[in-house]
Design a protein around this ligand. Structure first.
Ligand code: BYC
Length: 497
């Protein structure tokens, strides 16, 4: 197994970056000719030590000196873009990698459709483009901050390693956005890059930009739900930005999507393994009723109705990340060619300009849910949200198969789009998971059945005991079917020290 040796060498320089000359091509894997771009190099020289300070302060708590079996992106070749090896996280080689340039690429949508993709920032859209990059960039360190205490309660070394893998890659995604800011946006780009290290998830006076990134990730179920549902928003947004007419953003996002797939895998399989443990324990103990919560919890596993409530919370909070269903910001991002729809270049059946098109958006009118046709341009966020909900269903179906196979009468469902929303058309309304418009009193009386309540959180908290011996797993989660990079079951994914 090849290990990422240069990272270990680089480790020694971290504390003294400000004083030594760094060979950036060694420390930072890149395909952007970093060493020949002096301006970019200078900007990164200023930013990198601040990033490392942020990582050391706000990154995974307690395991910075442990050696973690990480994959490091070292290139963009689909057949071998990553190397695996034990690395101390602060020595991870956060690289800058763009998908290869597609010669002759054109702007796929909006008023500039068909013109050559921009290689530089289009002056008239500078501030909108910067805002999109900043919002995307802000989510990356936010998620690391949200997850920073989870190592202590990891249900296995395998899971702990996956957490840290996700964390370092979110760090790399921050590098990806910072690269764009410092290379293309001059002084204000550098200021934005610094501000990305200063906002803090959940902090009252300087919070992260988007709501879901200020929520807590207090336990491993939250982590798995987050990586399934919220990282999937990342997938959708990155896919929409990969359609950007600003080619460096498109290429950056295309490569980020390669890593994002693993994050959603961690989420999907994490929830699935939790379900497997529950079903196996229920079958073994002869508990047939999934709603016999007391009996199920006694077995040291998570009852399925509680998993549904957790999923409801994460789905609804993540849906808010799509912004208002009807948005003039989104219309402008699309028309200017800065952000496409999901799969824009391959969408058949419309002109990709959408000047006269309409799209059906669910709204609450006069206390009733209705679908209204609105100008498609203004409904870009709504459409991406609809595509996202379809994309979520695959994993939910696979979870249901596990339950069905065990012969247990329970099925996970996605709640109605309007359930528990704070942003957009449904903000200020109370909608049940089945899509009924409720009064405030009805909501207050029922919502404890639909969202995790205090007793649920206390129960989950009671399960969060570390299981840090090689090859062992906490009671509430089944082992994975295959190890990372095909490693054996008792592999030491994290050498704790
Ligand atoms: N919370 O017209 P509106 C990921 C703001 S996740 C708080 O409704 P717009 C990841 C909005 O910023 C993907 N504020 O929406 C996952 C705007 O403020 P300004 C992240 C919100 O602009 C896991 C105002 O409300 N990437 O990568 O059409 C781990 C009115 O906005 C919220 C992106 O989001 C909210 N939920 O669309 C790690 C892509 N929603 O500008 C990473 C880039 C809206 O008036 N961002 N606001 O001050 C965008 O495309 C758009 O900014 C949004 C909002 C889709 C987020």
């Amino acid at each position: 197994m090849s290990s990422v040796d240069t990272t270990t060498d680089a480790a020694g320089t971290i504390g003294s970056d400000r004083f030594v000359e760094i060979s950036y091509d060694d420390v930072i894997p890149n395909n952007v000719e970093l060493s020949s771009d002096k301006q970019l190099q200078r900007a990164l020289e200023t930013w990198r030590p601040n990033y490392l300070d942020w990582w050391n302060d706000m990154g995974p708590e307690g395991y910075q000196q442990s050696e973690v079996y990480l994959r490091t992106a070292v290139g963009v070749d689909p057949s071998g873009w990553a190397k695996f090896g034990h690395v101390k996280m602060p020595a991870y080689r956060w690289g800058i990698l763009l998908a290869p340039k597609v010669e002759g690429r054109t702007i796929p949508c909006g008023r500039h459709k068909g013109q050559p993709a921009w290689q530089d920032v289009p002056g008239e859209y500078r501030s909108l483009l910067r805002r999109l990059i900043v919002v995307q960039g802000d989510t990356e360190p936010a998620s690391v901050e949200q997850q920073r205490y989870l190592g202590a309660t990891a249900p296995s070394l395998y899971d702990m390693r996956n957490l840290f893998q996700v964390n370092v890659e979110e760090g790399r995604h921050l590098w990806a956005m910072v690269y764009l800011l410092v290379k293309y946006f001059g002084k204000d780009g550098r200021e934005e890059a610094q501000a990305l290290l200063e906002r803090r998830s959940g902090q009252e006076d300087n919070p992260r930009i988007l709501g879901a990134f200020n929520e807590r990730t207090p336990d491993w179920l939250s982590f798995f739900m987050f990586t399934y549902f919220t990282d999937r928003d990342g997938k959708m947004q990155l896919a929409a930005l990969a359609e950007s007419g600003f080619d460096p953003l498109s290429r950056t996002c295309r490569f980020m999507l390669t890593e994002e797939a693993h994050h959603m895998f961690v989420g999907e399989t994490g929830v699935q393994r939790t379900i497997e443990a529950t079903c196996a324990a229920m079958v073994k103990a002869g508990v047939k009723d999934p709603n016999d919560v007391e009996a199920v919890r006694k077995l040291g596993v998570v009852d399925l109705p509680l998993l549904q409530r957790k999923a409801n919370f994460h789905m609804s909070v993540t849906r808010d990340l799509f912004g208002s269903e009807i948005s003039s910001n989104a219309a402008e991002a699309f028309s200017s060619g800065l952000k496409g729809r999901f799969n824009e270049a391959n969408l058949k059946g419309d002109d990709h300009v959408l000047q006269d098109a309409t799209y059906g958006v669910s709204r609450v009118v006069g206390g009733k849910l209705v679908e209204e046709q609105v100008p498609a341009l203004r409904a870009i966020n709504s459409r991406l949200l609809d595509d996202y909900i379809v994309d979520c269903q695959g994993g939910v179906d696979r979870w249901n198969k596990v339950i069905e196979k065990a012969g247990i009468a329970f099925k996970f469902v996605q709640p109605h789009k309007g359930f528990n929303r704070r942003i957009g058309e449904f903000a200020g309304h109370r909608i049940s998971p089945l899509g009924e418009v409720l009064t405030e009193e009805q909501w207050q009386a029922e919502s404890g059945r639909w969202l995790p309540n205090d007793a649920d959180m206390a129960f989950i908290g009671s399960l969060m005991k570390p299981c840090h011996e090689r090859g062992n797993y906490a009671s509430w989660i089944a082992p994975p079917r295959v190890g990372i990079n095909n490693q054996p079951g008792d592999f030491e994914y994290v050498r704790i020290c």
